[in-house]
Write a protein that binds this ligand. Structure first.
Ligand code: ADP
Ligand code: MG
Length: 633
């Protein structure tokens, strides 16, 4: 029997600011749920008996997980930053979630950042947007991570929260959150039928597959598996490489900006294939204009290696849980990449079609984390909910290898897919004569040799001197729901116990570093929310400027300058709004123009296109006057 745990929480759902004597008391803010994605991030909150998505300052639910810096100490997060991937590639970073908990750093605008700092900026943006939307302080978050995240990546995620001023007590697995949302939690959930859910979460950078048993008010994760390095961006790369090979280019040797333009066009073409069988991919970059015909068929043929990898974790969870496909009552397709028809078709070959459900693949995880946030706030509606989680990887220690002493072997103590919290004990004997200490190294991973697994730390305990095998230690691993591993070692002959919490890794942030990092990040300013729409237009304009040439480019520049002039000098709200609408229309059609340019493109095309546009704009007197003055001054 698995044990099922209940979540004990403090009631955080209060905003009362004054106590009985009218004295100020500690304000406890709201708890939000955050899906901190590789590609997109979202926030949700438990409100009026349900999990609700929180719109960002642009009124959208998805905030791209992209961060960009400028020379003036400003930092942009989300859609604006995504535009700047192309216009300011050296100052902009994306996909950093893949490197959480590793030594990788990003050099941006002359400064170096760790992945957790970049994630912290995304979290800060979500927090600020949520505070504005809720009109309440937000000081705690529950963040979801891929089930396959190791301890270091989980610790890095918590650190990112702390850097953003968020208390992150709980990290949850994305598939667990998805299962919760798919289960359709509400007051009548107790009457829901028992079911086994297969959650297939295919995002931008990772694939997570999990099997979830649901009965009454219990949701129990039975097994998880996944591929940390398989996602939508791999399809983008396939398309980008197809484009390059057709045009005799070597992708990795191109300048960073051109690579990003190609990747961006590839992603766009991939998404277009969701609705159509054929599309044309266009790459426009400073006078370089090339197209490639792309069909679903061509994409599938070129990415068979990715499709084959998709099914591996599905087989693995079914094996681990000793289940057959027929026992699955529902397959939940989650994550943006599940929108690809080819992905759905491929899965239908292996999984029961009638059970396949694809509703809101973009939002499922966030909605689930919002439910967790509700549980944490102990909202009355759902406090009876029971959840279990599992340890997605094996935890063990190294033991002597009789055949090759230099190459210790992994001795599993907690097997992967064990229900959490869990505690397991094993005895180990001394391996040599007159051994003074016993070293317990703690490893995580599934490989035979410990050198191929991740070392989480080590403990040395003294033992009485004796002959080989005469002394022994009892090792207990306790792994709790928050990813905290406690290792207790008892020397059996003396009864002496030593205990250590393992959440280490050479690259985790120390409390002292944390303090100085918080200060550094606080110095970075984000654009005020009310200006964000304007900033978005500038970012779009700058991106199109970077991609175009000649007269069109000059016209984009002039129009942006005029907008800046209206904002800084004229400050007339009516004219600003009017020009904003005008500029938006102009930039959008410039973008469309760049996207649809034909094979026979000539420099003069750009010029005549913008001349035509200009004639349409003659009514914009202010602009024409400014424009003339600008030219003569
Ligand atoms: P993550 O969880 O990694 O942040 P998401 O679940 O948001 O990712 O999925 C992002 C991925 O989904 C990206 O690779 C994106 O290109 C892809 N995607 C989004 N919409 C579509 C679509 N309509 N067709 C194909 N792929 C899509
Ligand atoms: Mg996701």
């Amino acid at each position: 029997m698995r044990d099922v745990w209940n979540i004990h929480t403090k009631n955080g759902n209060t905003s009362a600011a004054y106590g009985a004597e009218g004295k100020e008391v500690e304000i406890m803010g709201r708890i939000i749920g955050i899906d901190l994605g590789t590609t997109n991030s979202l926030a949700a909150v438990w409100q009026e008996g349900g999990s609700r998505l929180i719109p960002n300052s642009l009124g959208e639910y998805l905030t791209p997980s992209v961060v960009s810096f400028d020379d003036k100490g400003m930092v942009y997060v989300g859609k604006i930053a995504k535009e700047r991937l192309i216009s300011h590639p050296e100052q902009t970073a994306s996909v950093f979630k893949r490197f959480m908990g590793t030594e990788k750093t990003y050099s941006l605008g002359g400064k170096s950042y760790r992945p957790e700092e970049l994630s912290a900026l995304v979290l800060r943006k979500l927090k600020e947007d949520a505070e504005r939307y809720l009109g309440d302080k937000v000081d705690e978050a529950i963040i979801s991570v891929p089930a396959y995240f190791n301890d270091m990546a989980r610790k890095a995620t918590k650190d990112a929260g702390a850097l953003a001023g968020l208390h992150v007590e709980r990290i949850i697995n994305e598939p667990s959150a998805a299962a919760l949302a798919c289960r359709g939690w509400n007051q009548s959930s107790m009457q829901l039928a028992d079911e086994t859910l297969l959650v297939f979460d295919f995002g931008g950078g990772t694939l997570d597959v999990s099997l979830v048993d649901c009965f009454e008010n219990v949701i129990e994760i039975a097994a998880v598996s996944g591929d940390n390095h398989l996602g939508g961006s791999d399809f983008d790369r396939v398309i980008a490489e197809l484009f390059c090979s057709e045009n005799l280019l070597v992708l990795d040797e191109l300048p960073l900006k051109r690579q990003r333009v190609i990747f961006e066009s590839a992603a766009k073409a991939k998404c277009a294939l969701t609705k159509e069988e054929h599309t044309v991919m266009t790459v426009s970059d400073e006078g370089y204009h090339k197209q490639m015909e792309l069909s679903s068929r061509k994409l599938i043929q070129s990415s068979m290696h990715l499709f084959h990898r998709m099914i591996v974790p599905v087989q693995s969870v079914l094996n681990d849980a000793r289940k057959k496909t027929l026992e699955i009552s529902k397959v939940a397709l989650v994550g943006g990449s599940c929108k690809m028809p080819a992905v759905q078709q491929y899965l239908r070959r292996f999984l029961p079609e009638s059970q396949m459900s694809v509703s809101n693949p973009d939002y499922v995880v966030a909605l689930g984390v919002g439910i967790y946030a509700g549980i944490k706030e102990r909202s009355e509606d759902i406090k009876d909910m029971l959840l279990t989680d599992i340890c997605p990887f094996t935890l063990g220690t190294g033991v002597q290898n009789g055949a090759d002493a230099a190459n210790p072997i992994m001795a599993p103590i907690i097997e992967r897919n064990s229900t959490l919290p869990c505690s397991r004990v094993q005895k180990f004997q001394t391996a040599g004569d007159f051994q003074k200490t016993v070293k317990i190294d703690v490893y995580q991973g599934e490989e035979y040799y410990v050198k191929d697994n991740i070392c989480l730390g080590e403990m040395n305990v003294e033992v009485p001197i004796a002959l080989k095998g005469q002394e022994s230690v009892t090792v207990r691993y306790t792994y709790d729901i928050n990813g905290l591993l406690i290792v207790d070692v008892k020397v059996d002959s003396t009864g002496r116990e030593t205990s250590q919490i393992m959440m280490t890794g050479t690259n985790t942030i120390t409390p002292k570093e944390m303090e100085s990092l918080v200060k550094e990040l606080e110095r970075l300013k984000m654009p005020p929310a009310e200006n964000e729409e304007f900033q978005m237009l500038f970012a779009l304009g700058e991106r199109l400027f970077a991609q175009s040439t000649g007269g069109l480019r000059e016209e984009i520049s002039r129009r942006l300058q005029y907008f800046q002039y209206l904002l800084d000098k004229e400050q007339d709200p009516y004219r600003i709004m009017k020009w904003k609408v005008n500029l938006q229309g102009f930039l959008e059609s410039a973008g469309e123009y760049l996207d649809t340019m034909g094979f026979s493109w000539q420099q003069e095309d750009d010029d005549s296109w913008y001349q035509e546009r200009k004639e349409d704009e003659e009514s914009e007197e202010g602009y024409i006057r400014w424009y003339d003055g600008h030219l003569t001054s």
